[in-house]
Design a protein around this ligand. Structure first.
Ligand SMILES: C[S@@+](CC[C@H](N)C(=O)[O-])C[C@H]1O[C@@H](n2cnc3c(N)ncnc32)[C@H](O)[C@@H]1O
Length: 292
Protein backbone atom coordinates (compact mmCIF):
# COMPACT_ATOMS: atom_id res chain seq x y z
CA UNK A 1 0.00 0.00 0.00
CA UNK A 2 1.19 3.55 -0.63
CA UNK A 3 1.82 5.92 2.26
CA UNK A 4 -1.45 7.62 1.49
CA UNK A 5 -3.45 4.43 1.75
CA UNK A 6 -1.83 3.22 4.95
CA UNK A 7 -3.11 6.18 6.99
CA UNK A 8 -4.88 5.57 10.33
CA UNK A 9 -8.19 5.87 8.61
CA UNK A 10 -7.34 2.92 6.35
CA UNK A 11 -6.03 0.82 9.26
CA UNK A 12 -9.23 1.24 11.24
CA UNK A 13 -11.04 -0.63 8.50
CA UNK A 14 -9.27 -4.00 8.36
CA UNK A 15 -12.23 -5.55 6.63
CA UNK A 16 -11.15 -3.62 3.55
CA UNK A 17 -8.17 -5.73 2.56
CA UNK A 18 -7.21 -7.40 5.85
CA UNK A 19 -9.62 -9.96 7.25
CA UNK A 20 -11.41 -10.30 3.98
CA UNK A 21 -8.34 -10.70 1.80
CA UNK A 22 -7.23 -8.64 -1.15
CA UNK A 23 -9.59 -8.60 -4.11
CA UNK A 24 -12.59 -10.10 -2.31
CA UNK A 25 -15.88 -8.47 -1.50
CA UNK A 26 -16.82 -8.24 2.15
CA UNK A 27 -19.85 -10.52 2.80
CA UNK A 28 -21.60 -7.66 4.60
CA UNK A 29 -20.95 -5.11 1.85
CA UNK A 30 -24.43 -3.70 1.24
CA UNK A 31 -23.36 -0.95 -1.14
CA UNK A 32 -21.37 -2.41 -4.02
CA UNK A 33 -19.46 -5.38 -5.41
CA UNK A 34 -15.98 -3.96 -4.80
CA UNK A 35 -13.15 -5.47 -2.86
CA UNK A 36 -11.85 -3.60 0.17
CA UNK A 37 -8.88 -2.25 -1.78
CA UNK A 38 -11.08 -0.98 -4.56
CA UNK A 39 -13.38 0.60 -1.99
CA UNK A 40 -10.51 2.41 -0.26
CA UNK A 41 -9.00 3.60 -3.53
CA UNK A 42 -12.29 5.17 -4.57
CA UNK A 43 -12.65 7.17 -1.36
CA UNK A 44 -9.71 9.49 -2.11
CA UNK A 45 -11.03 13.04 -2.27
CA UNK A 46 -8.97 14.03 -5.32
CA UNK A 47 -9.33 12.37 -8.68
CA UNK A 48 -7.08 13.01 -11.65
CA UNK A 49 -8.09 11.48 -14.95
CA UNK A 50 -6.95 11.53 -18.54
CA UNK A 51 -9.27 9.24 -20.41
CA UNK A 52 -8.62 8.35 -24.03
CA UNK A 53 -11.17 9.32 -26.66
CA UNK A 54 -13.48 6.34 -26.63
CA UNK A 55 -17.11 5.25 -26.79
CA UNK A 56 -17.77 7.30 -29.91
CA UNK A 57 -16.41 10.52 -28.46
CA UNK A 58 -16.43 11.78 -32.07
CA UNK A 59 -20.25 11.79 -31.91
CA UNK A 60 -20.64 12.80 -28.24
CA UNK A 61 -18.33 15.81 -28.52
CA UNK A 62 -21.15 17.73 -30.31
CA UNK A 63 -22.42 18.21 -26.74
CA UNK A 64 -19.96 20.63 -25.15
CA UNK A 65 -20.36 19.17 -21.64
CA UNK A 66 -20.51 15.40 -22.13
CA UNK A 67 -18.98 13.34 -19.35
CA UNK A 68 -16.56 10.41 -19.77
CA UNK A 69 -18.52 7.13 -19.61
CA UNK A 70 -15.53 5.59 -17.80
CA UNK A 71 -15.79 8.16 -14.99
CA UNK A 72 -19.52 7.57 -14.72
CA UNK A 73 -18.91 3.82 -14.62
CA UNK A 74 -16.50 4.27 -11.69
CA UNK A 75 -19.14 6.24 -9.76
CA UNK A 76 -21.86 3.74 -10.59
CA UNK A 77 -19.65 0.78 -9.64
CA UNK A 78 -19.06 2.29 -6.20
CA UNK A 79 -22.61 3.32 -5.42
CA UNK A 80 -24.47 0.28 -6.78
CA UNK A 81 -24.31 -3.47 -7.08
CA UNK A 82 -24.58 -5.34 -10.36
CA UNK A 83 -28.12 -5.20 -11.76
CA UNK A 84 -29.21 -2.19 -9.68
CA UNK A 85 -30.77 0.92 -11.13
CA UNK A 86 -29.40 4.38 -11.87
CA UNK A 87 -31.15 7.63 -12.76
CA UNK A 88 -29.69 10.65 -14.59
CA UNK A 89 -32.26 13.49 -14.84
CA UNK A 90 -29.97 15.63 -17.07
CA UNK A 91 -28.72 12.89 -19.35
CA UNK A 92 -27.26 14.80 -22.33
CA UNK A 93 -25.63 12.41 -24.80
CA UNK A 94 -25.65 9.65 -22.23
CA UNK A 95 -22.33 9.59 -20.33
CA UNK A 96 -24.13 8.05 -17.34
CA UNK A 97 -26.19 5.61 -19.41
CA UNK A 98 -23.09 4.39 -21.22
CA UNK A 99 -21.24 4.08 -17.91
CA UNK A 100 -24.11 1.98 -16.58
CA UNK A 101 -24.04 -0.30 -19.62
CA UNK A 102 -20.29 -0.80 -19.19
CA UNK A 103 -20.79 -2.25 -15.71
CA UNK A 104 -24.08 -4.09 -16.11
CA UNK A 105 -26.49 -1.68 -14.41
CA UNK A 106 -29.91 -0.52 -15.58
CA UNK A 107 -30.19 3.19 -16.23
CA UNK A 108 -32.86 5.74 -17.01
CA UNK A 109 -32.04 9.14 -18.45
CA UNK A 110 -34.18 12.24 -18.83
CA UNK A 111 -33.08 14.81 -21.40
CA UNK A 112 -34.95 17.84 -22.65
CA UNK A 113 -33.24 18.09 -26.02
CA UNK A 114 -34.12 15.44 -28.63
CA UNK A 115 -30.88 16.15 -30.50
CA UNK A 116 -28.82 14.75 -27.60
CA UNK A 117 -30.99 11.66 -27.26
CA UNK A 118 -30.48 10.93 -30.96
CA UNK A 119 -26.72 11.25 -30.54
CA UNK A 120 -26.88 8.79 -27.63
CA UNK A 121 -28.85 6.29 -29.71
CA UNK A 122 -26.33 6.61 -32.55
CA UNK A 123 -23.48 6.01 -30.10
CA UNK A 124 -25.18 2.83 -28.85
CA UNK A 125 -25.57 1.63 -32.43
CA UNK A 126 -21.93 2.39 -33.24
CA UNK A 127 -20.69 0.76 -30.01
CA UNK A 128 -23.08 -2.22 -30.35
CA UNK A 129 -24.58 -1.53 -26.92
CA UNK A 130 -28.22 -2.02 -26.06
CA UNK A 131 -29.71 1.44 -25.48
CA UNK A 132 -30.84 2.21 -21.95
CA UNK A 133 -34.12 3.99 -21.27
CA UNK A 134 -34.08 7.65 -22.36
CA UNK A 135 -37.12 9.84 -21.69
CA UNK A 136 -37.43 13.11 -23.55
CA UNK A 137 -38.79 15.95 -21.45
CA UNK A 138 -38.31 18.46 -18.66
CA UNK A 139 -37.13 16.48 -15.65
CA UNK A 140 -39.12 18.76 -13.35
CA UNK A 141 -42.26 17.45 -15.06
CA UNK A 142 -41.10 13.88 -15.67
CA UNK A 143 -39.74 13.08 -12.19
CA UNK A 144 -43.04 13.27 -10.25
CA UNK A 145 -44.67 10.93 -12.80
CA UNK A 146 -41.73 8.56 -12.60
CA UNK A 147 -41.96 8.55 -8.80
CA UNK A 148 -45.62 7.47 -9.04
CA UNK A 149 -45.00 4.79 -11.64
CA UNK A 150 -41.75 3.14 -10.55
CA UNK A 151 -39.78 1.60 -7.75
CA UNK A 152 -37.20 4.03 -6.38
CA UNK A 153 -33.72 4.04 -7.95
CA UNK A 154 -30.55 2.80 -6.23
CA UNK A 155 -28.37 5.72 -7.30
CA UNK A 156 -28.94 9.14 -8.82
CA UNK A 157 -26.02 10.72 -10.66
CA UNK A 158 -25.85 13.72 -12.96
CA UNK A 159 -24.16 16.90 -13.99
CA UNK A 160 -26.74 19.63 -14.33
CA UNK A 161 -26.35 22.62 -16.59
CA UNK A 162 -23.70 24.33 -14.50
CA UNK A 163 -25.04 27.79 -14.23
CA UNK A 164 -26.91 30.50 -16.02
CA UNK A 165 -26.17 30.12 -19.72
CA UNK A 166 -23.30 32.52 -20.20
CA UNK A 167 -23.53 34.73 -23.24
CA UNK A 168 -19.87 35.65 -22.81
CA UNK A 169 -17.01 33.66 -21.38
CA UNK A 170 -15.32 34.23 -18.00
CA UNK A 171 -13.31 37.17 -19.26
CA UNK A 172 -16.10 39.02 -21.05
CA UNK A 173 -14.99 37.63 -24.37
CA UNK A 174 -11.47 39.01 -24.20
CA UNK A 175 -10.29 35.54 -25.13
CA UNK A 176 -13.69 34.68 -26.45
CA UNK A 177 -15.03 31.47 -27.79
CA UNK A 178 -12.22 31.19 -30.28
CA UNK A 179 -10.05 30.33 -27.26
CA UNK A 180 -12.33 27.47 -26.30
CA UNK A 181 -11.20 23.96 -27.06
CA UNK A 182 -14.60 23.07 -28.48
CA UNK A 183 -17.15 25.26 -30.18
CA UNK A 184 -19.75 26.83 -27.91
CA UNK A 185 -23.04 25.01 -28.18
CA UNK A 186 -26.04 26.03 -26.10
CA UNK A 187 -27.69 22.94 -24.65
CA UNK A 188 -31.13 23.64 -26.10
CA UNK A 189 -33.58 26.33 -27.17
CA UNK A 190 -36.26 25.04 -24.80
CA UNK A 191 -37.30 27.66 -22.24
CA UNK A 192 -37.59 24.86 -19.64
CA UNK A 193 -33.85 24.19 -20.03
CA UNK A 194 -32.46 25.00 -16.60
CA UNK A 195 -29.60 27.02 -18.02
CA UNK A 196 -32.11 29.44 -19.64
CA UNK A 197 -33.10 31.12 -16.37
CA UNK A 198 -32.31 34.78 -15.84
CA UNK A 199 -30.21 34.74 -12.71
CA UNK A 200 -28.01 32.54 -10.57
CA UNK A 201 -30.61 32.59 -7.76
CA UNK A 202 -33.26 31.39 -10.20
CA UNK A 203 -30.88 28.64 -11.32
CA UNK A 204 -30.46 27.51 -7.71
CA UNK A 205 -34.25 27.61 -7.23
CA UNK A 206 -34.65 25.27 -10.20
CA UNK A 207 -32.01 22.95 -8.81
CA UNK A 208 -33.81 22.95 -5.49
CA UNK A 209 -37.02 21.98 -7.27
CA UNK A 210 -35.18 19.12 -8.98
CA UNK A 211 -33.85 17.89 -5.59
CA UNK A 212 -37.36 17.98 -4.15
CA UNK A 213 -38.52 15.65 -6.94
CA UNK A 214 -35.44 13.44 -6.73
CA UNK A 215 -35.70 12.74 -3.01
CA UNK A 216 -38.77 10.42 -3.16
CA UNK A 217 -37.45 8.59 -6.20
CA UNK A 218 -34.23 7.43 -4.48
CA UNK A 219 -34.15 4.40 -2.19
CA UNK A 220 -33.62 5.03 1.51
CA UNK A 221 -29.92 5.04 2.53
CA UNK A 222 -28.78 5.38 -1.07
CA UNK A 223 -26.66 8.07 -2.67
CA UNK A 224 -26.83 10.91 -5.14
CA UNK A 225 -23.69 12.26 -6.85
CA UNK A 226 -23.66 15.59 -8.66
CA UNK A 227 -20.83 16.90 -10.81
CA UNK A 228 -20.66 20.69 -10.54
CA UNK A 229 -18.15 23.27 -11.73
CA UNK A 230 -17.56 26.47 -9.78
CA UNK A 231 -17.60 29.67 -11.81
CA UNK A 232 -16.06 33.11 -12.05
CA UNK A 233 -18.45 35.78 -13.26
CA UNK A 234 -18.55 39.57 -13.08
CA UNK A 235 -15.23 39.67 -11.28
CA UNK A 236 -16.32 37.26 -8.57
CA UNK A 237 -15.77 33.61 -7.70
CA UNK A 238 -18.98 31.60 -7.39
CA UNK A 239 -18.86 28.55 -5.14
CA UNK A 240 -21.46 26.73 -7.19
CA UNK A 241 -20.65 23.34 -5.65
CA UNK A 242 -21.35 24.68 -2.17
CA UNK A 243 -24.50 26.57 -3.23
CA UNK A 244 -25.96 23.54 -4.99
CA UNK A 245 -25.22 21.32 -1.97
CA UNK A 246 -27.03 23.74 0.34
CA UNK A 247 -30.12 23.56 -1.88
CA UNK A 248 -30.01 19.75 -1.89
CA UNK A 249 -29.88 19.77 1.93
CA UNK A 250 -33.19 21.63 2.01
CA UNK A 251 -34.85 18.54 0.50
CA UNK A 252 -33.34 16.26 3.13
CA UNK A 253 -30.15 15.04 1.42
CA UNK A 254 -27.16 14.77 3.75
CA UNK A 255 -23.79 15.90 2.34
CA UNK A 256 -21.20 13.13 2.56
CA UNK A 257 -18.26 14.21 0.47
CA UNK A 258 -16.71 16.29 -2.26
CA UNK A 259 -14.21 14.74 -4.65
CA UNK A 260 -12.20 17.26 -6.62
CA UNK A 261 -11.99 15.97 -10.17
CA UNK A 262 -9.19 17.24 -12.36
CA UNK A 263 -9.25 16.18 -15.97
CA UNK A 264 -5.67 16.81 -17.02
CA UNK A 265 -4.91 18.67 -20.19
CA UNK A 266 -7.30 21.57 -19.59
CA UNK A 267 -6.06 24.63 -21.50
CA UNK A 268 -4.92 27.59 -19.36
CA UNK A 269 -5.91 31.12 -20.31
CA UNK A 270 -4.28 34.38 -19.14
CA UNK A 271 -7.52 35.88 -17.76
CA UNK A 272 -6.17 38.46 -15.28
CA UNK A 273 -2.57 38.63 -16.41
CA UNK A 274 -0.66 40.86 -15.65
CA UNK A 275 -2.96 42.85 -13.35
CA UNK A 276 -5.06 40.63 -11.15
CA UNK A 277 -5.55 37.10 -9.95
CA UNK A 278 -8.23 35.28 -11.86
CA UNK A 279 -8.28 31.50 -11.48
CA UNK A 280 -8.22 28.97 -14.25
CA UNK A 281 -10.88 26.63 -12.91
CA UNK A 282 -9.56 23.26 -14.01
CA UNK A 283 -11.47 21.13 -11.52
CA UNK A 284 -15.04 20.04 -10.99
CA UNK A 285 -16.68 18.87 -7.79
CA UNK A 286 -18.19 15.43 -7.49
CA UNK A 287 -20.58 16.07 -4.61
CA UNK A 288 -21.90 13.03 -2.80
CA UNK A 289 -25.11 13.19 -0.75
CA UNK A 290 -27.26 10.55 0.85
CA UNK A 291 -30.93 10.03 1.63
CA UNK A 292 -31.04 8.78 5.24
C1 LIG B 1 -24.14 19.23 -18.44
S1 LIG B 1 -25.26 18.48 -19.51
C2 LIG B 1 -25.19 16.75 -19.10
C3 LIG B 1 -24.23 16.00 -19.98
C4 LIG B 1 -24.26 14.50 -19.77
N1 LIG B 1 -23.75 14.12 -18.48
C5 LIG B 1 -23.49 13.77 -20.87
O1 LIG B 1 -22.58 12.99 -20.56
O2 LIG B 1 -23.79 14.02 -22.02
C6 LIG B 1 -26.82 18.95 -18.89
C7 LIG B 1 -27.99 18.51 -19.76
O3 LIG B 1 -29.21 18.85 -19.12
C8 LIG B 1 -30.18 19.10 -20.11
N2 LIG B 1 -31.28 19.85 -19.49
C9 LIG B 1 -31.36 21.16 -19.16
N3 LIG B 1 -32.52 21.45 -18.55
C10 LIG B 1 -33.20 20.28 -18.46
C11 LIG B 1 -34.46 19.92 -17.91
N4 LIG B 1 -35.26 20.83 -17.35
N5 LIG B 1 -34.84 18.61 -17.98
C12 LIG B 1 -34.04 17.67 -18.56
N6 LIG B 1 -32.84 17.96 -19.12
C13 LIG B 1 -32.42 19.25 -19.07
C14 LIG B 1 -29.41 19.87 -21.18
O4 LIG B 1 -30.04 19.78 -22.44
C15 LIG B 1 -28.05 19.16 -21.13
O5 LIG B 1 -27.94 18.17 -22.11
Amino acid sequence: MSGEDSSDEGKKKPSAAGSNGKGRRHPRNVLNDLSGEEWLYFTRSVLRTSYPHEFSQDLRRAHGANKPPRLMMELIRFFTKSGQSVLDPFAGVGGTLLGASLCGRKATGIEINREWIDVYLKVCEQEKLEAQEMIQGDCLEVLPKLADARDPFDFVVFDPPYNVDMKVTMCNNTYGRQNRKKSYHPFSDDSRDISKVNSYEEYLDKMEEAFKHLYPILHHNRYMAIIVRDAYQDGQYIFAGYDVTKRAERSGFIPKGDTVWYQSGTRLRPYGYPYAYVPNIVHQHILVLRKE
